[in-house]
Design a binder for this molecule. Sequence first.
Ligand SMILES: [Zn+2]
Length: 325
Amino acid sequence: MKMHQVSDHCFAVINEKNRVCDANSGLINCGGGVVIDTQSDLAHARQMIEMFGKVWPAMPQRVINTHEDADHVWGNQLFKGAEIIAHRSVPERMKQVAEPKESQKLLHGVGRFLTRLVLKTLHPGLEAAGEQLLEDYNFDGIELVLPTTLFDTRYELNLEGKEVHLIYVGPCHQVGDTIIHLLEERVVFAGDVLFRQCTPMGWTGSYEKWFQCLDLLIELDPEVIVPGHGPLCGIEGAMEMKAYLQYVRDESRKCFDAGITSLEAAKKIEFGPYGEWRAPARLYMNVERAYREFRNEPPDAPWDSAATFDAIYQVAKAKGIEAEF
Ligand SMILES: [Zn+2]
């Protein structure tokens, strides 16, 4: 984890491993201090707070959650008394997708020899994902702390004359997707609308909506984009991710028309240049999303997470690479 200054008043904490749960956070160090996303567990959140403390000594008065996923909200409880701002959908969605109990159970299970063996037989992908998470994370003690200030389409903050625009862009990767734009500083905190040098994982939303959002990122013409996952970039990051999603959707269409399953399609589709990204076998999720659209299924059709991690694992094995999530 490293802190970078990205403009006069904007900072980013970047998780360099860039695997699942390695989310980034942001800080705006004026007007009471604003933190953007709060990390995946309490130890990482504390480390992030300590780093930001070097450039903003008081506890920030505001937190923004870019969306409802666990890796962006599980440090919320450490910001006692802060105003927590998010899209209106986020509190209810957090209860659905970010309840820590299942993840705590998974890591405890993987940590014990016998339960690990059982899990490995039943769900090899979920077990492998659990082992990977156990290398860096401990979900004990996490309590859901929900956003307190909710908005629908736009929300504006004025920090000592500096305008901060929260723009709702969901659902493209998740229901609550919000980007944060600082016009004068030419910075956008993109949340998980942008994954950089790692394969995107989209849960709820459509390809069209995601393309629109990436186009908006490019139109805003920031100098720096802080992605939800991966290193800092400019608008080339948004362009590259759009090209990836277009490539996956096109290849998926061919496979869908040929009548093969989404899992077989993910095994068949070449990674191409995107094989250099972290966790390339997460491709499966993007293929499955495309298939859901081809079948006219609703964008909020739920995911079976054990089956999803198992499918990613199988794709990695079929490609002869180590399973990474
Ligand atoms: Zn994330």
